[in-house]
Write a protein that binds this ligand. Structure first.
Ligand SMILES: Nc1nc2c(c(=O)[nH]1)N[C@H]1C(S)=C(S)[C@@H](COP(=O)(O)O)O[C@H]1N2
Ligand SMILES: [Mo]
Length: 427
């Protein structure tokens, strides 16, 4: 046996011993369970007495009913109605990195529209050699790409600027989803229309808008449009859901969710930005002196512990504890995540489950032996550009208290001895 596998054996034995110790510690329940036979083991159960459902019982499956609380949720007081509104991904209950479409957050300015593939048209006009209109079937004939990217609304964590407010990772950090997109690169379609007429591309922009009543128009610099933007028609292998822009949405990797135009209907090549509502009165960051920063497109590095967290308390008492969470950056891959159990006084490096995910969610784990005492849990992400996620105090020094968008500060959960957790602020 090699030295390293020998060590492994020792730590495995340690783990089992500690589990046994915890079992003995949980006096009454543990003892009762040991004394009486467990009917779940000794008796034939209902599910083994008869046959189960046939293969076609659910032609398109939903999660089993016992997982019925793992759903998107909104915060009623945030918006006047659910038409121009937002809900949140249940990130506290998910693992891995891919967000199932069925529980991926939705943000609509004028509701989710039903648009058939047959009725779908995508126009490219403006400073192009040949204005073009594509049907859905046309789009499917261009070379396709697959990429996993996160989409984060710039307002994610926006309610936390002035202090800890919403009690759960779903609500503080759930305006995010991470999917595998299949589609055609925006560059391919722009080149199909021809960019000769645009002349020098350096100062050119594309204006993108959706087919819904809000149209949600945004200006994108040509450099980004030609870099990694995708005209996507599949997510996680299947058609986009209605609420995510069926049949076609724009994917703008690493940049704020508002630019990911759903039900994409038009792309205009222009010699300047439009300065639309969505990029002037909204999606700018108001600073302490009342002036606003615009063109804050990139989503800076950010992370959050998803479990334990207020909606995912520790229920097993002291002993082995898996601390886990998500980290992401619009500037590239996450290179490291540190976790603190003492409110940022000391940090330990977490394990990245699959490092190197560019502009996509990265899952991190820190496996500890919890002594049962309270913790101030934090996570701090670092990205490939060297940028380190700031504390709330550091962010407020630069941004003041008037902002809504682009809050990427370190989050703190106060985990009590009972295992319950609460949203708090330590800096
Ligand atoms: N056409 C259109 N595109 C849109 C929106 C919209 O209301 N209409 N909302 C935007 C905003 S603000 C965000 S954060 C993302 C949300 O995408 P999702 O609903 O798939 O989560 O879509 C963006 N694209
Ligand atoms: Mo958004």
């Amino acid at each position: 046996m090699s030295e390293s596998s020998g060590k492994k054996g020792a730590s495995r034995r340690q783990f089992l011993t500690s589990v046994a110790a915890v079992g003995a510690g949980a006096v009454a329940a543990g003892a009762a369970r040991a004394a009486a036979p467990d009917p779940l083991i000794t008796e034939v159960q209902d599910w083994a007495r008869a046959t189960g459902d046939g293969v076609d019982a659910t032609p398109y499956g939903l999660p089993i009913e016992y997982e019925g609380d793992v759903i998107r949720r909104n915060v009623e007081w945030l918006t006047a109605d659910t038409i121009s509104s937002i809900n949140f991904t249940p990130i506290h209950a998910l693992d891995g990195t891919i967000t199932p479409q069925g529980c991926a957050f939705e943000r609509h300015h004028s509701g989710a529209i039903a648009l058939k593939k047959e009725d779908y048209r995508l126009m490219i006009n403006g400073l192009v050699d040949q204005p073009l209109v594509f049907s859905y079937a046309d789009l499917e004939r261009f070379p396709r790409e697959n990429h996993v990217y996160f989409c984060e609304c710039a307002a994610n964590s926006g309610m936390e600027w002035a202090g800890a407010q919403l009690n759960g990772a779903q609500f503080t950090h759930g305006m995010i989803h991470n999917m595998e997109y299949s589609g055609v690169s925006l560059r391919t379609l722009l080149e199909e229309a021809g960019l000769g007429a645009a002349g020098d591309l350096k100062d050119k922009w594309v204006y993108v808008e959706g087919a819904d009543a809000s149209s949600n128009g945004r200006s994108i610099p040509m450099e980004k449009a030609l870099d990694d933007c995708l005209i996507a028609f599949k997510a996680n292998g299947e058609a986009l859901r209605k609420e995510h822009g069926y049949p076609v949405r724009l994917v703008v990797p690493g940049w704020e969710g508002n630019m990911w135009v759903k039900w994409l209907r038009r792309i205009e090549v222009m010699d300047g930005p439009v300065e639309s509502r969505e990029e002037t009165s909204k999606y700018t960051d108001t600073l302490e002196d009342g002036t606003s920063r615009k063109w804050t497109w990139v989503m800076d590095a950010k992370s959050v512990v998803t479990s334990p967290s207020p909606q995912a308390p520790i229920t097993h008492g002291a002993g082995p504890l898996v601390i886990t969470g998500l980290a992401w950056s619009g500037r590239g891959a996450i290179t490291g995540v540190d976790v603190s159990v003492d409110g940022g006084k000391s940090w330990q490096p977490a394990r990245l489950a699959a490092p190197g995910q560019d502009k996509a969610l990265t899952r991190f784990y820190l496996d500890i032996t919890w002594d049962g005492s309270e913790m101030l849990l934090q996570s701090r992400a670092r990205d490939a550009s060297g940028y380190v996620q700031p504390t709330k105090a550091q962010l407020r020094e630069v941004r003041g208290l008037n902002s809504i968008y682009h809050n990427n500060a370190i989050q703190t959960w106060w985990v009590k001895a009972s295992g319950e957790a609460e949203n708090v602020e330590v800096s």
